[in-house]
Write a protein of this length. Sequence first.
Length: 136
Amino acid sequence: MAVLVDMRPSIVAVSGESGFLHLIQTLLDGLGLPVRATSDWQCAPTLVERLTPKLVILDLLPGREESCWLALEAIKARPKTHAIPVLICPVAGWLLAGHETRLALHRVHVWPEGFALDDLLETVQLALAARCGADC
């Protein structure tokens, strides 16, 4: 008897910082949420479209904001990926200033400043539940 197992990652994480990607991958993989990590911002929307994960995590850093916002817009503009929840992880809350409308429009989840891992896990659960609520 053959057993079929879905090997697709549940989460795609995008960041230019290897430490952040390692944290996300180690933490979530350990909880049974396979993560595909990439530092390639330009290819991230295509990767998300190809893998159709349950969640996308974008790292928002000073000096690299444009890459994050462009990736978010590209993911939300594609029919195959527009419903996938996105979690943005800003290194500082001021990086979100002026983007409140965009965040609300795309129903983006945000890892609250303070960087508590419990908050991250709770936000991931909320984002995954939102996806299930839309799809289930």
